[in-house]
Design a protein around this ligand. Structure first.
Ligand code: AMP
Length: 292
């Protein structure tokens, strides 16, 4: 496993590996912000099973954090990440410095002049709660996909809106990447694994399972015949509000793959999404459900 920290070295190594890839299995790419856990590693294993070369990027992207968000406290552990990525089958960990990704100097360099902005899909839900977040994410993902070149790019359903935004930007900009969605990996109590979970205290960690509980309540309501999105949203919201350590941001029912608010009577493939703060930690989760 090779740790690479410059864009030039990444290009050279990938050129050599592509030339040696006689079977044409190609490159599998897993973009991350590091502090790798079993959820990330499931993406790496899936990439490994289909690719000649597996690249994992580790880059905490300042451009997708808003003022007052947790950029400074975001967990970082590059040595541990390399060891975990290697065990899961990565060939390359690409961990560029800020200067490599955003050449220039000062804070202006962290806000590149060219920005990728996915209208509507990037403005609702998380985009409304975290203005500019998806512009920062889309910009860095476009950069990373350009640096890696043609690949299958693996994204977790855990960050469902991110997945939808990335699919749109890849299509709109004709980026030669095939986006592959991977299922959410959860702790036994249902909490979706997330790098941010390490910041939860013991009580908060126990309370955090309420996000998944709310999604299950929403799904149960639909399965019991509820066809009004407001009432499904209320069932989810009530569950989160009943947890004293949690503070609800949103509970939404949208059309799967499109993020448009679902309308009554609910029908077809839907996605339930919930965002809440547990203590100081902001958590998100989602679940697909079919209203038959
Ligand atoms: P992050 O490091 O949080 O930016 O996540 C990097 C990638 O890992 C994204 O595609 C996430 O959706 C994915 N990911 C994070 N947590 C999980 C999880 N619990 N299950 C599956 N994928 C995940």
């Amino acid at each position: 496993m090779e740790l690479i920290d410059t864009t030039d070295a990444l290009a050279k190594t990938l050129a050599v590996r592509r030339a040696a890839d006689v079977a044409g299995l190609g490159v599998g790419f897993v973009p991350t912000m590091g502090a790798l856990h079993v959820g990330h590693l499931s993406l790496v294993s899936t990439a490994r099973s289909a690719s000649a070369t597996v690249v994992v990027s580790v880059f905490v992207n300042p451009a997708q954090f808003g003022p007052g968000e947790d950029l400074a406290s975001y967990p970082r552990d590059l040595d541990g990440d390399c060891a975990r990525a290697k065990r899961a089958g990565a060939d390359i960990v690409f961990a560029p410095s800020l200067a490599q990704m955003y050449p220039g100097s000062g804070s202006a360099a962290l806000r590149p002049q060219t920005r990728v902005s996915v209208a509507r899909l990037g403005e609702v839900l998380e985009g409304a709660s975290r203005p500019g977040h998806f512009d920062g994410m889309a910009t860095v993902v476009a950069k990373l996909l350009n640096l890696v070149g043609p690949c299958r790019a693996y994204f977790g359903e855990k960050d469902y809106q991110q997945l939808v935004v990335v699919r749109q930007l890849v299509a709109d900009l004709s980026i030669p990447a095939e986006v592959v969605a991977c299922p959410t990996v959860r702790a036994p109590d249902g909490l979706a694994l997330s790098s941010r979970n390490v910041h939860l205290t013991g009580d908060e960690r126990a309370a955090a399972k309420v996000l998944h509980g709310a999604l299950l309540a929403g799904r149960a309501a639909i399965e019991a015949g509820e066809r009004h999105p407001t009432r499904v949203g209320e069932a989810m919201a009530a569950m989160v509000r009943a947890e004293p350590l949690a503070s609800l941001d949103y509970a939404a029912v949208v059309v799967d793959g499109d993020l448009a608010p679902a309308v009554a009577p609910l029908a077809g493939e839907l996605r339930l999404l919930v965002a809440a703060r547990v203590g100081a930690v902001r958590l998100i989760d989602n679940l697909g459900v079919r209203a038959g």
